[in-house]
Write a protein that binds this ligand. Structure first.
Ligand code: PEP
Ligand code: MG
Length: 328
């Protein structure tokens, strides 16, 4: 079976009706680009940059320097040989503490994490932004910002990116002036107030891991409530489908980079919602591609509408079971 999947490496991910789907890799370190290429990824959809920062203790002076970060980002984009690399700025806190001893917040998932932390440490954030911008002179890089909910967070972030660019101009260092900036959609408020993000940014990437956690109010790392973590909850389905549909209507690219994108159980559901970009762990890429090759959007779309219209779990389950049987 592995061997059969292996043959799909160079096959483009095109549905039976001729729709081309982009398959991207989630990576944590520059060396992960090798398995991403090996799996035939079209690029990196999520570089979780926090892995360069973790395990170094939470003291600012121990963070990787601008040059150290630049080396990692540059190495990644060069090794991807012209394929786009989406680098997510530091997303620490909650399940990704910088330093175990510094876990003091009562509700870390609701605390000073990700972009909130970055905006409270502008020098640290500017250092990362300059490192990413400098690497953008060596290959196609996009900037992805985690955990935004408010318009002012987007505006402050864009202002800091402009400031980092100005610092590089003064130093006469090269970067991509037109670097694309996008937002993770992973807080329900962001999904519900999507025009804030569409108006200001170039692309969106849905983080289903956090979106489900915050929509259902269940801690994603608490085993005691793991049975309540339900991607098929009608509220989750509504948020997912509305972000994908609104993004497409506005002509702004939308990807899914949470675990849902890499699980073949959900491939047809996401395709039927209109998703064109999937980002996942490289090990999942070929099975998802196989499912895409066997799918016909003209058959899936009306069936997914039935899934989305339902609110009773049994009706949703039945409509999902039907979706699996729709073969061209
Ligand atoms: C997500 O929240 O779905 C996501 C992709 O980001 P992370 O898992 O790193 O929080
Ligand atoms: Mg997340």
């Amino acid at each position: 079976d592995r061997k059969k999947l292996g043959r799909l490496k160079k096959t483009p991910a095109i549905t039976q009706d001729g729709t081309e789907i982009t398959l991207l890799a989630n990576i944590e370190l520059p060396t992960d680009s090798a398995p991403a290429l090996e799996a035939g990824a079209n690029g990196v959809g999520l570089f979780r940059s926090e892995f360069l920062f973790m395990g170094r203790a939470g003291h600012l002076e121990k963070f990787p320097t601008e040059d150290e970060q630049f080396d990692s980002y540059c190495q990644t984009v060069v090794s991807m040989k012209g394929r786009p690399v989406t680098i997510r700025t530091l997303d620490v806190g909650a399940d990704k503490p910088l330093d175990e001893d510094e876990q003091t917040a009562l509700n870390p998932a609701l605390g000073l994490r990700a972009i909130r932390y970055c905006l409270s440490e502008p020098q640290m954030f500017l250092t990362q932004l300059r490192a990413i911008l400098r690497a953008s002179a060596f290959g196609p890089i996009k900037l992805l910002i985690p955990m935004m909910a408010h318009a002012f967070e987007v505006d402050q972030t864009l202002a800091l990116i402009e400031q980092a660019k100005e610092q590089l101009r003064q130093r006469k260092q090269k970067f991509d002036e037109d670097i694309e900036v996008g937002a993770m959609i992973e807080i329900p408020a962001a999904a519900l107030a999507l025009p804030i993000f569409i108006k200001r940014l170039d692309f969106l990437s849905i983080g289903t891991n956090d979106l489900i956690q915050y929509t259902l109010a269940i801690d994603r790392v608490d085993h005691e409530v793991a049975h309540l973590y339900d991607p098929l909850h009608p509220a989750v389905l509504f948020l997912l489908s509305s972000v994908i549909a609104m993004g497409r209507k506005a002509g702004i690219p939308v990807a899914v980079c949470g675990e849902m994108a890499g699980d073949v159980k959900w491939t047809r559901l996401l395709l039927g919602m209109g998703l064109l970009e999937f980002s996942m762990h490289p090990s999942q890429l070929l099975s998802v591609k196989q499912e895409i090759l066997n799918s016909d959007l003209t058959l899936l779309e009306p069936q997914v509408k039935k899934v989305l219209k339902a609110t009773e779990p049994s009706v949703i389950e039945a409509a999902m079971a039907q979706l699996r049987t729709l073969n061209a």
